[in-house]
Design a protein around this ligand. Structure first.
Ligand SMILES: *Cc1c(COP(=O)(O)O)cnc(C)c1O
Length: 248
């Protein structure tokens, strides 16, 4: 785990890069949420990161979130201002953990999971703002609803609209926006087009009455968050740039 001084330096460097990218796009950097991705790292790292002012944390597995959150709350109390983002997929049998421990969910891509979460959330009286994960690049390994041809394929758009409607209507869930990931190992132009097309899709949804307000866009990680911000990201999910390489 990093020393506190190095953690500060890394945080400052990331915040500067966010500000610079926002500036290039004439956007307000304050409107961009930095989600510090703490997966694989111990609760102590979250506590150290909270100490230097970070408040949004990202975990990709419900079990790990369910283990870590109580440890952090035991140290900092329940009113630490921390917002826990679950950024990875949820399997049906883990929906209860997600419902109890996540404050936001970024990887909704199946109606079955939406219904399970809704059930679990209703029982415990929580609300989970959720992003629908979309696959824009068409890469076979990616999770997410297939929107690789959304500009020309009305069926893909209709499936997304239906999923948005269900998410908005199901008790316990609320619809925040779209989440996407760029493919690995491709040219910056390809990455940029994935993020740009995601933003254009969110604009299309609004122009066509599927949503009433501007959507949040969860996109950009350590290797591409600046491009994502230039293309409209409202939430960036950054791990390695803040905390170093993960060991596992
Ligand atoms: C791990 C992870 C990140 C952060 O990745 P880094 O490359 O460490 O910034 C972002 N989003 C998701 C969905 C992840 O699983």
């Amino acid at each position: 785990m990093l020393e506190a001084s190095e953690l500060r330096e890394r945080r400052d460097a990331v915040l500067e890069r966010i500000t610079a990218a926002a500036g290039r796009a004439r956007r307000d950097a304050a409107a961009i949420t930095l989600i510090a991705v703490t997966k694989t790292w111990p609760a102590e790292l979250v506590i150290a990161a909270h100490e230097i002012g970070l408040r949004h944390f990202g975990e990709n597995r419900p079990e790990e979130l369910a283990d870590k959150r109580p440890l952090v709350e035991a140290a900092l109390g329940g009113d630490s201002g921390i917002v826990w983002h679950l950024i990875g997929p949820v399997q049906s049998r883990k929906s209860g953990l997600a419902a109890s421990h996540a404050d936001a969910f970024h990887a909704l891509d199946r109606s079955k999971i939406a219904r399970r979460l809704s059930n679990d959330l209703s029982q415990i009286g929580r609300t989970l703002p959720s992003f629908i994960e979309i696959n824009i690049s068409g890469e076979a390994t990616k999770h997410g609803l297939d929107l690789a041809d959304w500009e020309t394929d009305a069926t893909q758009r209709e499936i997304l609209r239906t999923m948005i409607r269900h998410t908005a209507e199901l008790p316990g869930l609320s619809f925040s926006g779209l989440m996407t990931m760029a493919p690995w190992d491709v040219e910056p132009d390809v990455i940029r087009s994935v993020f740009r097309r995601t933003r254009e899709l969110s604009e299309w949804l609004r122009a066509n009455g599927a949503v009433e307000r501007e959507l949040c866009l969860s996109m950009g990680m350590t290797d591409d968050f600046e491009i994502a911000i230039e293309e409209g990201a409202t939430h960036v999910r950054v791990g390695r740039a803040l905390f170093g390489e993960r060991v596992r």
